[in-house]
Design a binder for this molecule. Sequence first.
Ligand SMILES: [Zn+2]
Ligand SMILES: [Zn+2]
Length: 358
Amino acid sequence: MVRAKGGPLQIEDVELGEPRAEEVLVRTVASGICHTDIIVRDQVLPPGPPAILGHEGAGVVEAVGSQVHGLAPGDHVVLAPVSCSACRNCLRGHPMNCDSFTALNFGGRRADGSTAYRDSTGAELNAHFFGQSSFSNHVIVPQRGAVKVPTEAPLELLGPLGCGLQTGAGAVLSALAPPAGSSIVVFGAGGVGLAAVMAAVIAGCDPIIAVDLNASRLDTAVELGATHAVRAADDTVEQIQAITRGGADFALDAVGLPATLRQAVTALNIGGTAGLVGANAVGQEVSLDLMHLLFGRTVKGIVEGDTVPALFIPRLVELFLRGRFPFDKIIERYPFSEINTAIEDAETGRAIKPVVLY
Ligand SMILES: [Zn+2]
Ligand SMILES: [Zn+2]
């Protein structure tokens, strides 16, 4: 639990209510740590403290409400961002662009403003973070936030499929959808960027260029299928233009800084598309060359890979089981009691995708 801006996270006993008719009680087995947990801890984004964070949970269903269909106690689930299922974008099959996405995932409460979580003094806690707050060994989630996955997959590794990994993989396979043989450059070789690299291999992209400041992360990118690794420097765009003979068909900014998005767009070929997946504080601006953009180039903002989690997450599990999405290579395990170390290792780059085990 976060009690103060910047942390540390404290482990406390919490009172959990009963699941409502459309909710599910899940015993969390593990949770990934994502950049968004860190910037919410630091109050760059809401909800404010006291709050239970965590949004890459995986666990076992323990109880279901009376209106829950398709889930039963004992099912293995990956917890995913929630959507209203009724707005224009939800109905069009883009629930990660839900009109209520911010309220439902960053509101700290259920849609009706209530919370299922209280501390030992009875005080209400902000939780329901991304519908889950998975830094807790039991969570109450809406049924549409619990995605059933096959039991033969290692549940303790699957939590990051609910955010970081579906963000990177979905950005490529769902949002950008490059035709086979397209060139692609991925800025940032953290968990999101490396998931994008693995997805670009699945999509048949070539070349696949990874850009990062960190040499060991670039080695990992190459191990996972990047054809070229570029150490971020002043001539990054020129290097990409040389490799792609003019510019990339697709670019993905998994860093989320104005400078990297500008580079991603500048590195595009005529008619190319740049996707942005990195979250940052509200109000950040980017400058782009208008004439460069005019020549058929597209900039696309992508939340959570623009996936339908209930379809996409099981698909990623299948690809993992067949060895085609080997995300286990980027996961580092920690006991829950060492969650602050895990976060620190994510911040310093010592771990690419930390997962805490309960
Ligand atoms: Zn919606
Ligand atoms: Zn996340």
